[in-house]
Write a protein that binds this ligand. Sequence first.
Ligand code: GLA
Length: 687
Amino acid sequence: MNWRIDAGDQTIALTAAAGLPFVTYWGPRLPDSEDLAQLALAAQNDLTGGMLDQLPQITLTPESGRAFQGQAGLVLQAADGTPLHPVFAFDHAERQGQTLTLVSRGDGLTLTHRLTARSTGVITLQTTLDSATPVRVQWLAAPVLPAPQDGDIIDISGKWVGEFQLNRTPWTQGIRLREARTGRSGHEHPPYAIFAGQGCTNTQGTAHALHYAWSGGHRMVAEELPDGRRLVQFGHATGAETATGTRFESAELIAAVSTGGLNGVGALFQSDIRDRVVTWPDPARPRPVHYNCWEAVYFNHNLADLAAIADRAAALGAERFVLDDGWFGRRDDDTTSLGDWVVDRRKWKDGLNPLIKHVHGLCMSFGIWFEPEMVNPDSDLMRAHPDWMLGPADQVTGRNQMVLNLALPECREYLFHAISTLLTEYPIDYIKWDHNRLLPVVDAAQTRGVYELLGALRTAHPKVEIETCASGGGRIDAGILQYTQRVWLSDSNDALERLRIQHDAALFLPLAVTGSHVGPRHCHTSGRVLPMSLRAWVAAQRHMGFEMDLRELTEAEAQTLSRVTAWWKANRDWLTRATIHRLDSDDTAVVAEVQVSADTRRFVAFAGQDSTSRQILPRPLRLTGLDPAARYRVHLVNPEDAARQSRGPNALKSQDLTLTGQTLMTRGILLPVAWPGTMFVVEGERV
Ligand code: GLA
């Protein structure tokens, strides 16, 4: 039996005989005329000395019971702990709509592999295990794919204020293992991988990419077998299923393939997150410019200051005011009160209504911060329910806090009630949902509990948007994005760091969900002082906001900020639907991207100068993603940001140019000489 599943420019072909089905092809779309039986035959390997007389296939779940020499896709024990090595036989296939379901059975177990072609061009893959008797699962991989034979592995590392760092490593025999064991998708090993073919750059070459849609920690195994074959597995972190059971499920693995370089998979993931994964309470509502008060006042909340800051925020163009940490319990610092989700009447003697009224009077909506999964030992909640804590009693705290056990229905109910009460009492249209410590244990039930709580709140308050934050970008994945509409990409408001983080995160995330704020002049996380123009334009590359005491702005800074904000608001409708393409910059000191509208009629290029170039003059910036035959009028939005020493006849400083997409993509545009810490913004519109 042979099947294929196609989505966009991608094909996965599979075959099955007696054993479990396996993938015979994963890559760029095959012609409709491809003979799948011939394809399966063509995928058969030879044998030589030192091998078994039959090559174990890389099936959708490689079986230890069939002498598969690599990592098994299922590691299982009986309820009493006895290791099991089941073998499966293919049973039947079903096709329903865009979903192909392959069912296999063996030893009292059923393995179901589900592959779905999504209209956004990705294919999602999921494995389910059913057992007649309770079993214990150590590891259950989403359907296992053969990895490309050429090129490198790109996966992601990161840290607090340093998210989304790309690692490009060559394949070698053995395993590349990335495992997030901190109970969240994490800063350290977020669940993304790209297999970049030979010569693959941002703009050219073949790329295969995967994103595991799960927030609770995961494991990626990219393995090259001794025979040279390669495979990749994604699943929950090992041991995350802590209880015996009769049904286990991987999360969905999202697969994308492109022959247009890394940008091709970036475009697929961006649209998949924006148009499929995220559900928008009001899709027609433009993304509002945010104001967040964290780096302005921290825990020092008072009406007079926040109202004065709100006045400035609104005058500069903000449309949503978010009250961050510090409004509840007796939260004067980070040592107390998480769990006590009641307005602190010492700071807010008449509740939040006076502030909300003020904010609404300025035509801004109102949002608020919660960290629902956490509890401080010094809190009424912990005193009342010490048994709700997750993990051992003598565990080390993280940011002075513990984690609540969200697998407990009564704990979820308490949180639902506490949050829902506030959402009912006050006109709140937005939650910043934080998660600031590593979990003491790895536990998939915790993640399911969070999803359930989020789902219940979404159902009860469908108009409320939610932002996912975990000390910045510690929980950014397509699992949490099913319940949320924005990510707090990083606690770094340092515009140069942000420029880089945003650039790399664009391989996976669209503008529509990526929060980016203008921080204080003196950056609180790096100590650096950067010009307002850079800070404002970097925020304007994504979902824009401000996060600082706006009363510190000079007149000139305020003017720049309100000009950039007005630009963003004038353009956000098409920008929100645009594709972000990373540019192959010929100058390592320049980090550049172009955002191209869905109909390629307009674009904006951002060229960030993050350090001083080695050569004297700027190298041309080669754009991408344009219509080669179209002519574009090219306009430098901010010539005033040229270096003071820029004294030559660079045309864009004083006039627009009309050039074809072809020229813009091959010869590129020449910009004025730039100082480090500046960013040029170039608009283009088809004429
Ligand atoms: C985390 C978040 C910040 C802020 C603080 C509040 O660190 O990442 O943005 O909300 O918590 O305590």
